[in-house]
Design a protein around this ligand. Structure first.
Ligand code: FAD
Length: 462
């Protein structure tokens, strides 16, 4: 066992939670090490956000070229995969570079907590041991495996689905959440016959019906079959296909496909050899670690961030918590404020939400006005041939303060940041309406939705 020099901050996991924490800790002058058992950058960089968005962008370009009968349309899926890998390599190389230049020690191997101030790091060759003053747990999550459909062979998790070497002729997706919809649309654009099975009444179950509707219309026009109220029960695999059996309305049905992709959620990496039990750290029934507003666990010098804590499993939530945790370690009074965490689905059209939804306001009995405006007559949307969708702004009826916003439409992923900032700053609908937006841009739809809300506030209608 190789005994390393003690560190001030030890970070376990180098995803968007861990690497941001390590970087911030080193920038604040603390001696910092990060332990990673896989690849620097974590799920987000290697098998999540970055590769999925690279392939989605390639699928869009492929589709456009196909519409123009361009020769590029015949370029192979291998090229798309090579492009994706180049993006991933660039991103993870960037993270590595940032960590090294900030003076963070990168320890390769699997960390196990021995006690609340020591970890051992298992790796090929000699194991290492390091002691720390404070630790930040950022071990992330992995795909949930269904007992009836164990991963392997033709049953894929999102990780394998992002690395297929050829476009599958057909794909059945179990789970119509954002990952299922994004990957389903991506493969459909490359020509795969896609079926999505969703247990609930609607794909993208977290979104209100009016917001999901434009995406569902596009899924239909992409040729994707969506079957709701369906529960997958078993699969039979043979040499070149798979038969997936599912229940709908208490009747058994089946669908044949080349592969099945199971995207039914993610499980926190708080089990196994990490050793939380050895330091007496409890996890919830979902495997999540309880933290306070500074991301501190029940052991005051140990913090937990990202997918292993409650709240949406999103990269930017992990990075945000990373900064709060490190600043808390440095003795600053930082605390999390989750009122404006944007959530984006990179579907076509894109879907984005921040703050409260109309449904949440109703449930909390908050009197609100809803300002809405459509992309259908926006000059920029017309030029982009992307007119489906709208912006919805939810403002407090009495004060006009923006409480939430949702966008379904082209570039919703980029546009939502203006509304996140509005919520952060406590801006009113009038502030948004009176902000001069450049013409012709998609942002004008936000301004018009805000104007709509202001008119309703003035007329005292909801
Ligand atoms: P992770 O990124 O999971 O990183 C944890 C790291 O810890 C891993 O590298 C792991 O190897 C390491 N580790 C675990 N245990 C140990 C140990 N004992 N010792 C050493 N190392 C360990 N989010 C978005 O915000 N936007 C998106 O568009 C988006 N798209 C996604 C698409 C897909 C297909 C998937 C699967 C996820 C997507 N996500 C997206 C979610 C996002 O990837 C996660 O929320 C994010 O990666 C969580 O960050 P994290 O730092 O908590 O953990």
């Amino acid at each position: 066992m190789n005994q390393l020099e003690p560190v001030d901050t030890l970070v376990i996991g180098s995803g968007p939670g861990g690497y941001v924490a390590a970087l911030r800790s080193a920038q604040l002058g603390m001696k910092t090490a990060v332990v990673e058992r896989g690849q620097i950058g974590g799920v987000c960089t290697h098998v999540g956000c970055i590769p999925s968005k690279a392939l989605i962008a390639e699928a869009h370009r492929y589709n456009l070229h196909k519409q123009w009968n361009s020769a590029v349309a015949s370029a192979s899926f291998e090229d798309a995969q090579a492009f994706k890998q180049a993006v991933v390599n660039k991103q993870s190389g960037g993270v590595n570079y940032l960590l090294k230049t900030a003076g963070v020690t990168i320890l390769e191997g699997e960390a196990s907590l021995i006690d609340d101030h020591t970890v051992t790091i298992k790796r090929p060759g000699t194991d290492q041991q390091v002691s720390f003053t404070c630790a930040i747990l950022a071990t992330g999550s992995r795909p949930i495996e269904l007992q009836a459909l164990p991963f392997g062979g033709r049953i894929l998790s999102s990780t394998e689905a992002l690395s297929l070497s050829q476009i599958p002729a057909s794909l059945v997706i179990i789970g119509g959440g954002y990952i299922g919809v994004e990957l389903g649309q991506m493969y459909a654009k490359f020509g795969t016959k896609v079926t999505i099975l969703e247990g609930g009444g609607q794909v993208l179950p977290g979104f209100e019906v009016d917001l999901a509707a434009p995406v569902i219309r596009q899924l239909n026009s992409d040729g994707i079959t969506v079957i709701t109220g369906a529960t997958a029960v078993k699969a039979e695999q043979d040499a070149d296909s798979l038969t997936l059996h599912y229940l709908k309305n208490q009747e058994q049905h089946f669908v044949k496909a080349e592969y099945a992709l199971v995207t039914v959620g993610r499980k926190a990496n708080t089990d196994g050899s990490l050793g939380l039990d050895r330091i007496g750290l409890q996890v919830s029934s979902k495997g999540l670690i309880e933290t306070d507003e500074q991301c501190r666990t029940s052991i005051p010098h140990i913090f937990a961030i990202g997918d292993i804590t409650k709240g949406p499993a999103l990269a930017h939530k992990a990075s945000y918590e990373a900064k709060v945790a490190v600043e808390a370690i440095a003795g600053e009074p930082s605390a999390v404020d989750y009122k404006a965490i944007p959530l984006v689905v990179f579907s076509e059209p894109e879907l984005a939400s921040v703050g409260l939804s109309e449904t949440e306001c109703k449930a909390k009995a908050i009197p609100v006005v809803i300002g809405k405006s459509s992309f259908s007559i926006n000059g920029r949307s017309l030029a982009l041939k992307a007119t489906d969708g709208f912006v919805k702004i939810i403002a407090d009826q009495a004060s006009g303060i923006v409480l939430g916003a949702q966008i379904v439409g082209v570039e919703a992923s980029t546009l939502i940041s203006e509304l996140a900032l509005a919520i952060e700053l406590g801006a009113t609908a009038e502030d948004l309406a009176l902000t001069i937006h450049p013409h012709p841009t998609l942002g004008e739809v936000i301004m018009e939705a805000a104007e709509n809300a202001v008119r309703k506030i003035m007329r005292n209608v909801t």
